[in-house]
Design a protein around this ligand. Sequence first.
Ligand code: ADP
Ligand code: MG
Length: 344
Amino acid sequence: MIEFKNVTKVFKGGKKAVDNVNISFEKGEFVCFIGTSGSGKTTTMRMLNRMIEPTSGQILIDGKDISKQDPVQLRRGIGYVIQNIGLMPHMTIRENIVMVPKLLKWPEEERNRIAEKFIDLVELPREMLDRYPSQLSGGQQQRIGVVRALAADQDLILMDEPFGALDPITRESLQDLVKELQEKMGKTIVFVTHDMDEAIKLANRILIMDDGKAIQFDTPSSILKNPANEFVENLIGEERLMQARQEETTVEQVMLRAAISITPEKSISEAIKLMREKRVDTLLVVDGTGVLKGFIDVEDINRNRRSATSVGDIIHHEVFFVRKDSYLRDTLQRILKRGLKYVP
Ligand code: ADP
Ligand code: MG
């Protein structure tokens, strides 16, 4: 777990870059810091690996105050990726990828295995391992940089606008890569960006900063639905707010669909009639405990009507009813909030 407790940073000259920040998040989270330029994102992040020391307040990692730890030791356990990825020009890609494992004196065989595994992961040809950074495009270099950070034996990785200078296509493919690897490897990532789309795509929690203050710290969907103030609204932008509101309507519609009561015993023709009447095209399949088991649409029912007499026949005799009750609502809300997709 990572905790900022009343963390403030005042630079020499009096600029309060970070103003009493209180946030905490868990291992394995992908946290994005977002805000306008100069809002204190980089300073907040750099205090995590003690490149910058807070003026007051405490930062704890796993309950331990980092100000009491040796900064060199601390930094060894924390990856750091910046915009200019800083591949070593005189080292091959292979040497660059396994820089940290080498430092940790892992055997060569193991290092080669890692280098190959990761070059495969980023879908670059293995021949590239023996080339030098200057022989790769900017996007390819950044790919290697991301991989190097993730390949290292570090659970926490700080990334400061790592994709800021890349073209949109490379940028998107790197976003996919970092998200995929983060999920696979369970790393904790703190990622600074000023791009809301990037934050929404990557983060499971977003910290919104303005003038050194932590304005809002929440999941992307909560921020979209309930922006804390006008500043956050502006940061989100009109278009995304409208979209979020539309998604809200979709949730309402799903709820409405839930308002119709059909049991497995109901005959197919009756069910279809009822669905038409209520202008419902999808039914939610819920078992007796209120757990959502799936969706069934009117097409499914129509397609199967010849081989079935009751609705229950179509869904293979699973306990099935669709109704408006708190069980169902809660289950649905939970599912939608977590952005989970139903997997049959
Ligand atoms: P961001 O990453 O959100 O753009 P920073 O954390 O880099 O913002 O900076 C926050 C504020 O602190 C800015 O006003 C910046 O000018 C100031 N600042 C950053 N680093 C220093 C420093 N070393 N000395 C003095 N002021 C600084
Ligand atoms: Mg910055």
